[in-house]
Design a protein around this ligand. Structure first.
Ligand code: GLC
Length: 729
């Protein structure tokens, strides 16, 4: 056989093995998985008409944009939200579509995830919730929310990840990676400065460049650069007078400074102007209410700012297609990362694994605030009659709250989980004690309180489960809190119960606690945020010791509202047009330490059923060059009788700085899991980046030479050891 004959036979066999279709030659590049993504994008873009590019960049339903039907590029579907994949809504309205196959696993609120300080759990949250979005056919998951917790009044604090940009940024980055491992885009929100709900659609935030870069942007920067987020959602509010959904300053930071290559999408209804949307980087427009036509009109979508008005402007020569091609390219990149990626997994929904994921997060998110006399964990057999009081012991907290509302397949109530755990070892009674029913009826509230007190007089132990819920002016979108007092008059019940001098445990839900000047008379307190489908199970496991709590506060619990920098020095909520962040970089613990204020419970605080001892930190060097990485190792031992987890925190102080800096700032954390008697080392690395502040005089991050102090702590206020080093010229 001649060589050319054998080659021919090889080709013929390959061709026949390819089930008769010739190889790649007939598949257009954009459909050829074996080609680099950017080549596929170029090819798809070159095939698209002007009208198809315009259609691609704005919604054609409440939560979808059309893709490119002629080229077989699928619709792009987005869905909320941080606590689970939202139920299907109507095509053109916020009404539920009434499906029966779209209930989901409800995950703990992101404040609870933040309270775990656990990178692995943050990834696990992302991977798990991402599987549910994927299974439901969603390409963009509108989570995580990472706006900084500037003050306790913001109605959406529960959806975010606390007051410290490093903690929020590191955990958000892990969550983003987890979500995107499913071929679903994470969409971090709301970029930027959306720190209140009052006047959220128009308030103009006035903040220094330094506070913007040191406090309000770092979590987004980490989520984009380290997390690799494929989508970012703009905020409703304005900054420097421009709406954040198309803001030249924020757009430059996101797309030039950070080199973000994903899609910048509007919040729903956050687009206000065609010219600004074109020039300032808005890539996809969702949820706009068109002028003239009310929302939901069949052709409303064509009236979107980036729809006909934009097409018309291009045809009239007011714009080239330069911006449009960049927007379309980014949306195509999103498609090739998600619904055009044939290798992506298929997801799953409501699996036992997801329930276990949600439970594991909540078990580590619950914070043990107080435990005088080691009242906890409870041994039921010690108590003949246990009385549970409080509406939140038997109240669905996965519902409402605004766009993060989910239709949970189930939600384990605390009272049911407590009864399951106690079994026949004691009797468990329940009294509601107070109600959030609206409008409030004093006679009803009085009788609920009296019933609870009557039962409490016969009880050996009281477990009060209260706090906030997802109703307006508590923890919900579009509304802020109206004050820091106890919700629904539950303090009246609590104060009476405390007077009975029986053992009492207080469990609070919500984004933060309410004022309780008498809390020193309560020996044991837990804060449980919002726990999701297995919130009741996790709480019962902590109460009765199956789980040793390890959560720590991602936020400062103030004794009084005026101890908060934003309230004491800043403006809140502003005058309806502007709000000035006069407290500047002194947010949360950074403020209370500057003012030497003792909070009710400090940032980073959380107790355990065991104890931990911290050895002295060892430094790799005591003099550091700008290019060095200084290593800090801290031996931590479990000196108690129970296995437990400890979050070791490293804070840094800049002793000699030309600008005022916080007393100290969180620059690292390590969560160790230790058996009784076990010692492990927490290791931290410090580079010039951790030493730097943002110098608005130069627009650069600057690490000034001189002395720095390392604080190793179990909380921001419980510093176990310090060590110093010097940064050389
Ligand atoms: C809402 C929220 C945003 C949500 C979006 C879609 O107004 O601000 O977080 O993802 O609209 O529901």
């Amino acid at each position: 056989m001649k060589p050319y004959q054998s080659i021919f036979i090889i080709i013929l066999c390959n061709w026949m093995a390819g089930a008769g279709t010739p190889v790649a030659a007939s598949v257009p590049p954009y459909l050829n998985d074996s080609l680099p993504m950017e080549e596929r994008i170029d090819d798809a873009l070159a095939r698209m008409t002007l009208e198809e590019k315009i259609a691609l960049i704005h919604a054609h339903s409440k939560f979808s944009s059309p893709g490119v039907p002629r080229l077989g590029i699928p619709e792009i579907w987005a869905a909320d939200g941080p606590q689970g994949v939202r139920e299907e809504l109507m095509w053109d309205s916020w009404d539920t579509a009434g499906h029966t196959n779209d209930s989901c696993t409800a995950y703990p609120a992101l404040m609870s995830l933040a309270a775990t300080w656990n990178r692995d759990l943050a990834y696990r949250y992302g991977r798990s919730i991402g599987e549910e979005f994927r299974y439901r056919g969603k390409d963009i998951a509108l989570t995580p929310g990472i706006n900084i917790y500037r003050h306790p009044m913001c109605g959406r604090n529960f959806e975010y990840m606390g007051e410290d940009p490093l903690l929020a940024g590191i955990l958000a980055s892990e969550a983003v990676k987890g979500i995107q491992s499913n071929g679903v885009a994470a969409c971090v929100k709301h970029f930027a400065l959306n720190n209140q709900e009052t006047d959220r659609h128009q308030v103009n935030v006035i903040v220094s460049d330094r506070a913007l870069h040191e406090i309000y942007l770092p979590a987004f920067k980490k989520a984009v650069i380290e997390g690799g987020a494929w989508a970012v959602m703009g905020a409703y509010n304005r900054y420097k007078g421009q709406f954040a959904c198309h803001n030249e300053y924020l757009n430059k930071i996101l797309k030039e400074d950070w080199q973000f290559d994903g899609v910048f999408i509007s919040d729903w209804g956050g687009t206000e102007d065609t010219e600004q949307a074109v020039r300032n980087g808005l890539d996809m427009e969702f949820g706009t209410y068109t002028d003239g036509l009310s929302s939901g009109e069949a052709n409303a979508y064509d009236h979107y700012y980036l729809a006909r008005p934009y097409l018309q402007a291009i045809k009239e020569g007011r714009f080239t297609t330069r911006e449009l091609d960049d927007k379309a390219r980014r949306v195509l990149r999103l498609c090739f990362r998600t619904n055009m990626n044939r290798q992506r997994p298929f997801g799953s929904l409501n699996s036992p694994q997801h329930a276990a994921d949600a439970q594991a997060i909540q078990e580590e998110g619950i914070v043990l605030l107080k435990n005088e006399g080691a009242l906890l964990p409870l041994e039921p057999a010690q108590y003949g009659k246990i009385l549970v009081v409080g509406e939140n012991a038997d109240f669905m907290l996965t519902k409402w709250g605004g766009s993060s509302n989910v239709k949970a397949r189930y939600e384990m109530m605390p009272i049911d989980a407590i009864r399951n755990r106690v079994g026949s070892r004691a009797t468990v009674e329940y009294r509601k004690g107070y109600t959030s029913d609206w409008p409030p009826q004093p006679a009803v509230q009085d009788s609920l309180r009296e019933e609870a007190l009557a039962a409490a007089r016969q009880a050996d132990l009281i477990i009060f489960i209260g706090g906030h819920n997802k109703y307006p002016n508590h923890d919900t979108e579009s509304y802020d809190r109206t004050g820091s007092g106890a919700p629904f008059r539950q303090d009246e019940v609590l104060e009476e119960l405390v007077r009975l001098r029986r053992p009492i445990v207080l469990v609070t839900m919500g984004a933060n606690q309410f004022d309780m000047p008498w809390s020193d008379r309560i020996p044991a307190m837990l804060h449980a945020w919002y726990g999701g489908s297995e919130g009741g199970t996790a709480l019962a496991d902590v109460l009765f010791g199956r789980v040793n709590p390890s959560g720590k506060l991602p936020v400062t619990f103030y004794r009084q509202l005026t101890d908060c920098g934003a309230i004491a020095e800043g403006e809140y909520p502003g005058d309806g047009q502007n709000v000035r962040y006069n407290e500047d970089i002194f947010v949360g613990y950074r403020y209370v330490e500057k003012e030497h204020i003792a909070p009710a419970f400090p940032f980073g605080h959380g107790l355990s059923y065991t104890t931990f001892a911290y050895g002295r930190p060892q430094l790799s060097q005591t003099v550091m060059e700008h290019t060095d990485t200084l290593l800090v190792t801290v031996p931590v031992s479990n000196t108690g009788k129970k296995a437990g987890k400890e979050i070791v925190q490293l804070y840094l102080s800049d002793v000699q700085s030309t600008l005022p800096r916080p007393m100290k700032e969180l620059k690292g954390f390590v969560k160790l899991s230790l058996e009784p008697g076990e010692t492990q080392e927490a290791t931290f690395s410090i580079t010039a980046e951790e030493l730097s502040f943002y110098d608005e005089r130069t627009g650069c991050w600057t690490a000034e030479p001189g002395k720095f102090v390392i604080h190793i702590g179990a909380s921001s206020a419980d510093i176990r050891h310090t060590a110093s080093f010097r940064l050389k010229e």
